[in-house]
Design a protein around this ligand. Structure first.
Ligand code: GUN
Length: 301
């Protein structure tokens, strides 16, 4: 059977991420010119996880390209908790650093929650400190997580005003599901958080004008779970073997989302591809959060 062309509008993360990075670079230039302030980002990587190494390299390169001060700390896998906490304390006290990001996941012997809690909330550009989660849930200004903020930018660019839309978020993680639900609520959506225990998940998804998939299960959300014309934001980044058996047998893998793209793109009104969608926004928002943190720490807002 001939493959059907997607009928949904493709939400191009590359375009919006480039636009945001360009705006951040202008803001950095202005801060340096008008206030002698150069936003600084410190990224900490413990161990050699291959995916994390790629993400960390990209964060360092993009922060430099935006004109920021950028430091990457690469620590060995066997770094102990006290050494890591000492580094975080040093970065908290460093006046040249305005944003601190500890790349996750950390090796199993380290206590992730304690490390995140040790980052100064004012430098927590990942938005993962409980103080920032509390500020978000209370509708107060703070630093909010990057992927959720990036998803909101894509939604506003695609739909404009989100008031009154029915939004369903599939996934309740601290990193994505919960914060994006809070942001959708702030945007006056009617929000449902669905998860692995939700009864009749396909029916719940079919109510959504905005469907956000953040479960970490490859192609779980099928075409017939989607209301015709809905906007679909796929946050999933899953590595799977190629469909082609020869490539799969050679051990080759590709990245797919949590949404079955071929099916969904026949039903949705607009959809983010994976790769090329939300993932590209994350680093751009990280840069924006670092500028925000620098401005606040300098008393400029
Ligand atoms: N690993 C995967 N995504 C993220 C993220 O958004 N922040 C951090 N710190 N680590 C991650």
């Amino acid at each position: 059977m001939a493959e059907l062309a997607p009928t949904a509008e493709l939400i191009d993360g590359k375009v919006y991420a480039e636009r945001l990075r360009a705006r951040v670079a202008e803001e950095v230039a202005q801060l340096r010119r008008d206030h002698g302030l150069q936003p600084g980002l410190a990224v900490v990587l413990v161990g050699e996880d291959p995916a994390s190494q790629i993400y960390v390299k990209s964060k360092g390169e993009h922060s430099l390209a935006a004109g920021m001060h950028s430091v990457t700390h690469r620590l060995p896998h066997d770094t102990d908790q006290d050494e890591l906490l000492k580094l975080v304390a040093d970065l908290n006290a460093d006046p040249l650093i305005h944003g601190i990001l500890v790349q996750l996941p950390l090796p199993k012997h380290l206590d992730e929650k304690a490390v995140l809690a040790a980052i100064s909330p004012d430098k927590d550009v990942d938005g993962l400190h409980v103080v920032n989660a509390g500020r978000l849930a209370s509708g107060l200004p703070g630093l909010y997580p990057c992927t959720p903020l990036g998803s909101m930018i894509l939604l506003r660019e695609t739909l404009g005003d989100l008031t009154g839309k029915r939004a369903v978020v599939v996934g309740r993680s601290v990193l994505v599901g919960r914060p994006i639900a809070q942001l959708l609520l702030q945007a006056d959506c009617t929000v449902t958080i669905a998860h692995s225990r939700t009864k009749d998940l396909p029916a719940v998804c079919r109510e959504a004008d905005i469907l956000v998939a953040a479960v970490g299960r490859p192609r779980m959300i099928r075409g017939d779970w989607i209301k015709p014309g809905a906007t679909v934001i796929d946050v999933g980044i899953n590595r799977v073997p190629f469909d082609d058996p020869q490539k799969a047998a050679a051990g080759r893998t590709k990245v797919v989302g949590d949404v079955h793209f071929k099916e969904a793109s026949q039903v949705a009104g607009a959809i983010t591809p994976v790769p090329g969608g939300v993932g590209l926004m994350t680093v751009a928002v990280l840069l924006q959060n670092t500028v925000t943190a620098a401005r606040r720490l300098a008393g400029l807002e």
